[in-house]
Design a protein around this ligand. Structure first.
Ligand code: SAH
Ligand code: SF4
Ligand code: F3S
Length: 477
């Protein structure tokens, strides 16, 4: 893995048109003779977090400019691309398995171009393994080379040589990359890239580079564009949104940024993720409480309920500080919906530590939890720590945690029966006029309603509850 130095300054460049448009034209020419069907087809599979999904939407944006259309299986594709995630071993194993499974397809259609990008490819040992084990992979590039995708694709298509690029230059923020968003109601809006926190278990800072924020005016105009084109549920993205604006010339804070977005007129919800508890201020919680559009939902990963483990994780807060923020949020934002991430089986965690995680979950009563068993990541400090608890024992703790959370979630859902909820009508669920709607707190409410209401906000009365999902009736139905 490369040497990383904290950067004080970074530069925003808007050079996509100048540097990449000529390659878009050249790829267009090549694809005219190379495509298998009437139009070039791409299959893009994204793994991992929303940041990766947002990158995948930019890859689709660039390919759309060449005239590509997209299918959700690889069989007819001229270009197959896996946008990978390195956060846990399981995510990486799936990529190796899925690339292996393409061997026959590539034998049948040798002109199909296979590309790999994203977080995994920013790790040297992985890129090297891909190079050695999968000779039919044509193009490999890391997260820092996203803005150069047309140029790299052109090189791989035109020269017939394998193109491998890992570029650790994280001192630039590239703007002007076209986007083709997957949805038309819910959309992702990256506000910053990278991470400076170096939690001892986590690979993200190594594969996404140092934290850098996008310019406020660019974010505001992208938000305005999304709202004007009908997006109703917009999530601002960053690994630690609370530190937005550090090192920006005009020094805007995250609370100031969301206040400005909140001032944009329109009927929409605004969310953000992820908030890091170490920088989650009362000012931010007050901003949520006073806003018109920010949903009453806070995703605040706690990772462990044990202060001893939090210290080993390098999280810079303890159990008390976490509970203090949560209690302030509960007091300030009525009916706030709290969600979180938690890791079970961090090296050196004892059953006593784990019991503190259980007691924190019981105390906070999260709406839902993303739960993970610790997975060692190459070259991270935690991977070198003593880890004496066997995997079967960790799995037992993990199941115990899931049982406790299931009980809490179903109790929380049951307590909502009889209440009226403002929901966004999102999509049809099969037939029978059932619509999946979502509350501001991110809970699904299945509601009988005509399909024309999709994309509108409605009031529904909650009539029954399952473990994670509610059922409801339109109030004006
Ligand atoms: N920036 C976000 C989360 C990024 S990764 C934050 O700080 O909260 C998403 C989640 O994956 C993390 O919150 C953590 O719970 C989990 N995770 C990260 N590295 C992991 C590892 N090595 N093993 C297991 N889970 C991990
Ligand atoms: Fe990983 Fe920690 Fe950064 Fe989140 S804050 S991405 S968990 S290093
Ligand atoms: Fe995975 Fe990269 Fe996100 S490692 S979790 S896709 S930042």
């Amino acid at each position: 893995m490369g040497q990383f130095v904290l950067i004080e300054k970074y530069t925003t460049v808007n050079d996509f048109e100048n540097t990449q448009n000529e390659y878009i034209d050249l790829i267009y020419e090549i694809m005219q003779s190379r495509k298998r069907g009437d139009v070039p087809i791409a299959y893009i599979h994204t793994y991992g977090c929303q940041q990766n999904v947002a990158d995948g939407e930019r890859i689709k944006g660039m390919l759309s400019q060449v005239g590509f259309e997209f299918e959700d299986k690889p069989d007819n594709a001229d270009v197959i691309l896996f946008n990978t995630c390195a956060v846990r071993e399981h995510a990486e194993d799936r990529v190796f398995g899925n690339v292996g499974a393409l061997k026959n397809l590539k034998r049948k259609y040798p002109d199909t171009l296979i590309a790999l990008c994203g977080c995994m490819m920013e790790q040297k040992h992985i890129a090297d393994r891909m190079y050695k084990s999968f000779p039919y992979v044509n193009l490999v590039f890391g997260t820092h080379a996203l803005h150069q995708f047309p140029e790299l694709l052109y090189r791989a298509l035109a020269k017939g040589k394998r193109v491998y690029l890992r570029d650790n230059d994280d001192s630039l923020v590239h703007e002007g990359i076209p986007v083709r968003r997957d949805g038309s109601l819910k959309g992702w809006l990256p506000i910053m890239y990278g991470c400076n926190n170096f939690c001892t278990y986590c690979i993200v800072p190594y594969v996404r580079g140092r934290e850098r924020s996008r310019e406020k005016d660019i974010i505001i105009s992208e938000a305005r564009e999304m709202i004007n084109s009908g997006f109703k549920d917009i999530t601002l993205l960053g690994q630690n949104v609370n530190s937005y604006g550090k090192n920006l010339k005009n020094g805007v804070s995250f609370a100031e940024l969301i206040k400005e977005i909140d001032d944009i007129d329109g009927d929409y919800w605004l969310r953000f993720m992820t908030s890091h508890p170490k920088d989650c201020t009362h000012e931010l919680i007050d901003t949520i409480a006073q806003s018109k559009h920010i949903s009453k939902h806070l995703h605040l990963p706690f990772q462990s309920g044990s202060s001893r483990i939090l210290k080993l994780m390098n999280r810079h807060y303890d159990r008390e500080k976490y509970l203090d923020i949560v209690n302030y949020a509960k007091k300030t934002i009525p009916d706030v919906s709290l969600t979180s991430d938690v890791i079970v089986g961090f090296p050196g965690e004892t059953y006593e530590d784990f019991k503190e995680t259980l007691s924190l979950i019981k105390e906070v009563e999260f709406t839902s939890l993303f739960t993970f068993i610790y997975s060692p990541r190459v070259d991270t400090p935690a991977a070198k720590m003593d880890d004496p608890i066997p995997a079967e024992e960790k799995s037992k703790w993990f199941r115990e945690l899931l049982d406790v959370q299931e009980e809490i979630a179903s109790r929380r859902c049951a307590s909502m029966v009889g209440t009226t909820q403002r929901v966004l009508m999102e999509s049809e669920k099969g037939k029978d006029n059932i619509i999946n709607a979502r509350t501001s707190g991110n809970i699904i409410v299945e509601t009988k309603a005509p399909a024309e209401l999709i994309g509108t906000f409605q009031d529904v009365k909650v009539t029954s509850a399952g473990n994670w999902i509610l059922k409801g009736e339109l109030i004006n139905g």
